[in-house]
Design a protein around this ligand. Structure first.
Ligand code: 5U1
Length: 687
């Protein structure tokens, strides 16, 4: 065996230390120092050295996360201290009772001060015990029944966030770290995306994905899964290194040893403090990078924890305050088809009413035929329904064991259920569409809703209920008909008194004065959102020119690809659509007008040379000379693309007073930053 030189031995040791340091920065401090590519280079160099000189390999080397053959079965491991589970509570009253129980248990009187608690997010993953001997990871075990679990050492070693060796010199001889293995939101999305591409079954939620990934007999599979780890407790610990006296300080100690802990942990006082932490985390929940299902309150003082002890398998000093469930079980009563503005047929499950996360759910989207077939949802099935934040509830999965005997797969109809036109599926899309266009009353109604909506013509008071009445009574068929409505007609409608009619007529009058981008957007052309409408208006400056443009000419517009160009040219070729536009713009009928725009093709030389042309610009902070929307409009007129988030693709940040995180991010990314004064000057120069 060739022997490494002293320099190579030193280099391998140094590389291992560097990699451990960067793991710590990334997983524990959440503050990486170097880009991923630089980390990969260090890793590859160490791998190279270890391949050339296998005698340099140490068991705790960062390269040794995957190793060994797949197992035939998991070994059972007895937990020397039982792994407790947590009791739950669901209301403020129960929280007060918990606090009272702790106070009684500690012999505290009314006059004694509040108990200090540690409030921790309750991660939706699976509990794990990690055993470190002399600072080296020697064992990982699942919770199992609390007394014994499965030996998943080979698998936990593959999780980069789990330190193979603890940091620091003064380490306990024996330390059992307990915590949660989980998959964060991004990891979950990527994992399911990958599985979809490979035709594999999708995971219903991050918890199942984490559990399924950890319980693999082949660690090489676990290694490909984006598992993370946060520590939240200490199990057995040798007495050679006394731990700090509080839960929070103990967690900080773990963190110093290189164990990641959740950044959202706080120390609070009494039941009220716990309640506030609960409300805060509940509100933050959707923004957290991982899913949580509640908050864990723990008496912070470890002596007090010991004195309270536990009953059966749950500690008296800790409890989980669960958020109202976001997933519930219910039955599918029917599957209906909804027809959208552009004719897309969406299957919607009508459900037996069920409270999900505090809201009664009776409908949930099934997305499209592919999703529906993949999940094989049928009428009569018991299903799991999920609500997340403001997102439309969705059917996650059916429960096979509860399927009624005589059910049949659901197939989308071949004809539109509203107008009977053929339903067609374009080759490259999952969506099936009604081919009836504006002949279809459902599409017409949705189209009208879009036309009147805030970002389109913004007709105040023209809500869904009113449009339902107007279309069902056939008072309105096209957007142009809205402008011919008179007082008498409107007074015949439900909930339309004199005052509302006057207001609505005034709103119709106001919105006749619009802008060309709004008008184009309001037409509801498939694939044409606000940004495209703006690009088209700026490019052509004139509706007639836009309508006359060929698909090739349209594709010359920035941000307009062949699909959008084809959709535009199909739309403008339809005689029906041309008639509606003519009626809308006819001074004697619709009377819709907008200020003229100088087309960008004919820009003044100064404007053509605008420093903002084609630049991705973000506005942040408070501007004093211009309103945010004025600044946005002037920037757009000068050819900029104004976006809301700063990323590596941003060209310029305009920072007003009290600019905060966006400014910091821009500086970190090296994005050019200018202040309002400079912006104003540049806009003035363009004229
Ligand atoms: N954050 C957190 N989750 N969790 C789960 N802390 C926590 N503590 C637990 C469990 C089962 O048990 C303690 C009794 C250690």
């Amino acid at each position: 065996m060739t022997q490494p030189s002293p320099q190579e031995i030193a280099e391998a040791t140094d590389l291992r230390q560097q990699l451990r340091h960067h793991d710590y920065r990334y997983y524990v401090l959440d503050d990486p120092e170097i880009p991923d590519a630089a980390y990969d280079r260090l890793f590859q160099r160490l791998q190279q050295l270890e391949q050339r000189y296998p005698q340099l390999i140490t068991p705790d080397s960062p390269t040794q996360r995957v190793g060994g053959e797949p197992l035939a079965a998991f070994r059972t491991i007895e937990h020397r201290l039982p792994m407790l589970s947590l009791g739950n509570l669901f209301s403020h009253e129960e929280l007060i009772e918990f606090d009272q129980r702790c106070r009684r248990g500690l012999g505290l009187s009314q006059d004694d001060s509040e108990i200090r608690y540690c409030a921790e997010p309750k991660l939706d993953g699976l509990a794990i015990s990690l055993l470190y001997l002399g600072g080296e990871l020697v064992q990982g075990a699942t919770r199992g029944d609390g007394k014994s679990g499965e030996d998943v050492t080979h698998n936990v070693r593959t999780i980069s966030a789990v330190p193979l060796r603890l940091r620091g010199k003064r380490l306990p001889r024996r330390l059992e770290v307990r915590g949660e293995i989980f998959i964060d939101r991004t990891g979950f999305k990527q994992l399911n995306h990958q599985r979809q591409e490979q035709g594999e079954k999708l995971f219903a939620n991050p918890r199942n994905a984490a559990a399924g990934s950890l319980r693999q007999l082949d660690p090489a599979i676990t290694a490909t899964r984006p598992l993370r780890f946060y520590g939240y407790a200490v199990g057995e610990v040798s007495d050679d290194h006394p731990l700090p006296p509080s839960q929070l300080e103990m967690l900080r100690q773990l963190q110093q040893w290189g164990v990641p802990i959740s950044p959202e942990i706080t120390q609070v006082a009494g039941a009220e403090g716990c309640h506030n932490a609960f409300l805060h985390l509940q509100q933050q929940r959707q923004q957290l990078r991982y899913e949580i299902d509640g908050v864990v309150y723990k008496v912070d003082n470890l002596d007090q924890q010991r004195s309270l002890g536990f009953v059966s398998r749950a500690p008296r000093w800790a409890i989980a305050h669960k958020f109202p469930a976001q997933e519930e079980m219910t039955r599918v009563i029917a599957i209906d088809i909804q027809v959208g503005r552009t004719g897309t047929l969406t299957p919607v499950a009508r459900l037996e009413a069920v409270a999900v996360g505090g809201v009664i759910v009776t409908n949930a989207t099934l997305h499209n035929q592919d999703e529906l077939s993949r999940k094989d949802i049928r009428v009569g099935d018991m299903v799991i329904v999920r609500r997340a934040g403001d997102v439309i509830p969705e059917v996650v999965a059916m429960i096979p064991e509860m399927r009624p005997a005589e059910s049949t797969p659901f197939l989308l109809p071949q004809h539109c259920p509203v107008c009977g036109s053929a339903a067609v599926r374009s080759e490259d899309k999952a969506a099936v569409r009604c081919s009836g266009g504006l002949y279809c009353p459902a599409q017409r109604k949705e189209q009208l809703k879009h036309f009147a909506s805030r970002r389109a013509l913004d007709i105040e008071g023209m809500g869904d209920k009113l449009l339902e009445q107007l279309t069902s009574k056939e008072l309105v068929r096209t957007p142009a008909d809205l402008f011919t409505l008179n007082r008498d007609q409107l007074l015949t409608l439900e909930r339309m008194g004199e005052k509302s009619v006057t207001n609505l007529l005034a709103a119709l009058e106001r919105c006749r004065h619009t802008t060309l981008p709004r008008f184009i957007y309001a037409l509801g052309i498939r694939e044409v959102g606000e940004a495209t409408a703006l690009a088209l208006a700026n490019h052509f400056g004139d509706l007639d020119l836009l309508m006359a443009a060929s698909a090739e000419t349209l594709a010359e517009v920035e941000d307009v690809g062949p699909v959008v160009a084809a959709s535009l040219s199909t739309f403008f070729r339809q005689p029906h659509n041309r008639e509606v536009i003519a009626a809308l713009t006819d001074p004697l009928r619709g009377g819709v007008v907008w200020p003229t725009i100088a087309p960008q093709r004919d820009l003044q030389p100064a404007a053509a040379l605008s420093p903002f042309r084609g630049k991705k610009v973000v506005l942040t902070g408070t501007l004093s000379r211009l309103s945010r929307s004025e600044a946005k409009e002037r920037l757009q007129a000068a050819g900029a693309k104004v976006t809301s988030a700063v990323s590596a693709k941003t060209d310029l940040l305009i920072a007003g007073e009290e600019a905060g995180s966006k400014l910091e991010k821009a500086v970190a990314l090296g994005v050019e930053v200018i202040d309002e004064e400079r912006l104003f000057k540049l806009l003035e120069e363009i004229g």
